[in-house]
Design a protein around this ligand. Structure first.
Ligand code: SF4
Length: 82
């Protein structure tokens, strides 16, 4: 699971914006202006039928600052990305 969903910077972060793009998700912001320090991204590649799917998860980041449920508060009622 991507640690960003519980990070205070999730709605400003350039790295999380790129993760949203990779997942085809709507962006929390269109103008991210926070550069994360040394984010580590885990990329899972799956093949489903004739399709190749890539899943990007931030698994570590020196800028991470915990704010539990931050993403969920920004998008009430929506399924939290896994
Ligand atoms: S954990 Fe790092 S990459 Fe993820 S939102 Fe926070 S600052 Fe950005």
């Amino acid at each position: 699971m991507c640690i960003c969903i519980n990070c205070v910077y999730v709605d400003a972060c350039v790295t999380y914006h790129a993760v949203e793009t990779q997942h085809g998700q709507p962006h929390l912001t269109n103008e991210p202006d926070f550069e994360a320090l040394n984010p580590r991204i885990n990329v899972n590649i799956r093949t489903a039928a004739a399709e190749i799917q890539m899943e990007w998860d931030v698994v570590g980041c020196e800028s991470f600052q915990e704010e539990r449920g931050k993403w969920a508060r920004l998008r009430p009622g929506e399924a939290v990305p896994t």
